[in-house]
Design a protein around this ligand. Sequence first.
Ligand code: FES
Length: 127
Amino acid sequence: MPWYKRIINQIITADQLFHFYIPVSGLKSVIVDRPEMRVGEKKKVLIGDKEILLFYLGGDRYLAFDSKCPHLGCDLSKVGVLIREELVCQCHFSHFSVVDGRPIKGASKRPIRVYPVKVEGGKLILG
Ligand code: FES
């Protein structure tokens, strides 16, 4: 399968995900169906007009970030990698804490937004 089709397949449309949505900035109380992901996989999900990047760590553990790098906006679903407890944007090698999103080293001086994720049954609660 060509690379671009794999990326397209990883983008979940709102129709596939939405169960319940309150359009509050900051993504309060957004509940989505739990996507099928392999351990270590990342996936971009569209929630309203927001693009959220999910990483699946196994079990009920997920990490969620804005999918755009706060430095110059590279798409982290393509160039973002997790290295230990850091999210790294490979555009200009900014490192962000996965705990609070603060920039640790590299080009970005601005933090990335981190969304808490809870799992309840077959749903993810973001925000
Ligand atoms: S766009 Fe991510 S580090 Fe520059």
